[in-house]
Design a protein around this ligand. Structure first.
Ligand SMILES: [Zn+2]
Length: 341
């Protein structure tokens, strides 16, 4: 780590300590105390993590009486996820402190939560309490006629973009019904992360897995940036070809990347990064781990990816783009959102 990087880390080093102070109400103007921003070269931003708590799921079930049994079961057992691990039961402010400490322990400066639940007051409270250390993308069904108005409210409340799940929610983003939503997103600068490709979610329908469906959307909304999660999760070639044609398409590196086992040829993580860098350039790749909430932070994935970038011989500036800078630029993560609520 260079001297400049060390200085950068120190600048924000207090942020993740084990802060015991209660969240303070933000005054009207300047950035209130305790905020993490801005980040600096050498910091690491995990641009794809998930958050589930008892409070979030309670709210979801209350607002969605038809919600899947898996959520009701989680409330009964206080366990959730594929391994049935304990679900945190804390207030938004307590969760924000706990999550920041969790990130600090593994040397991550900031994380971006990708929400799966629409219109969550719990998550809005969490963002406000996080003071920039953990930020979030909202989930909205882009076909929902109320979607554009909700997006406007969510961005004003402190969300910094949108996560979309066409393969899990079984629809196409090229559907014209989604266009008013994208028009609003472009107007607001609400950039998008999308899950295409394989998924362990039983509701996923692989007919909607192909990222090439995004081709007309990325063409028609050149002001929006679309980040395809997990390098396309098995649709890697399609992502590279799409990104060649559409400069506003990026990828995130999050997850185990075990979709590589489904390819007909050997593909190491180093190959995946090298090909992505060749086709997209270092300014269109975002680091992420896809860490959940109940299991420990995926420190080994962070280690593996950081080491791979080092082994590829990238300059410190290029590594910083992938590990921090691109997420800051695309999602405005150094802006103090929601401080004036
Ligand atoms: Zn994910």
């Amino acid at each position: 780590m260079s001297a400049a990087n060390t200085a950068g880390s120190q600048q924000v080093g207090h942020v993740g300590g084990l802060p015991a102070k209660k969240a303070q109400e933000a005054p009207g103007g300047a950035l209130p105390p305790g905020w993490a921003l801005p980040t600096a070269p050498g910091d690491i931003i995990d641009a794809h993590v998930h958050l589930f708590t008892v409070g979030m799921i309670e709210e979801y079930v209350r607002n969605n009486p038809e919600s899947a049994e898996v959520y009701r079961k989680a409330l009964k057992t206080r366990r959730f996820g594929s391994k049935g691990e304990p679900l945190p039961d804390m207030t938004p402010a307590e969760t924000a402190e706990w999550y920041a400490a969790r990130l600090a322990r593994v040397g991550v400066t900031m994380a971006l939560v990708v929400s799966t639940m629409q219109d969550s007051a719990w998550l809005r409270g969490f963002i406000a309490a996080s003071k920039g250390r953990i930020q979030a993308l909202c989930y909205i069904d882009p076909r929902d006629p109320e979607g554009p108005a909700l997006l406007e409210r969510e961005m004003a409340a402190g969300f910094c973009g949108v996560k979309l799940f066409p393969v899990n929610r079984c629809h196409r983003l090229s559907d014209r019904a989604c266009y008013p939503f994208f028009e609003k997103a472009e107007e607001l600068g609400a950039n998008v992360i999308i899950h295409y490709g394989v998924s362990v979610d039983p509701s996923a329908d692989l007919r909607y897995a192909d990222p090439l469906d995004l081709s007309p959307v990325a063409r028609d909304f050149p002001g929006l940036t679309f980040v395809i999660a997990h390098f396309g999760a098995g649709w890697f070639e399609e992502v590279l070809k799409l990104a060649y044609a559409r400069r506003n398409v990026c990828v995130d590196s999050s997850g185990t990347n075990n979709w590589r086992d489904l390819m007909l040829y050997e593909l190491s993580l180093e190959d995946v990064f090298a090909k992505s860098i060749q086709a997209l350039g270092t300014e269109r790749i975002l680091f992420g781990t896809d860490s959940g909430t109940m299991a420990p932070y995926r420190e080994w994935i962070k280690y593996q990816q950081v080491r791979t970038l080092e082994e590829l011989g990238l300059s410190a500036a290029d590594r910083d783009l992938i590990l921090r800078g691109n997420a800051v630029r695309i999602f405005g993560l150094d802006e103090p959102r929601g401080t004036r609520r």
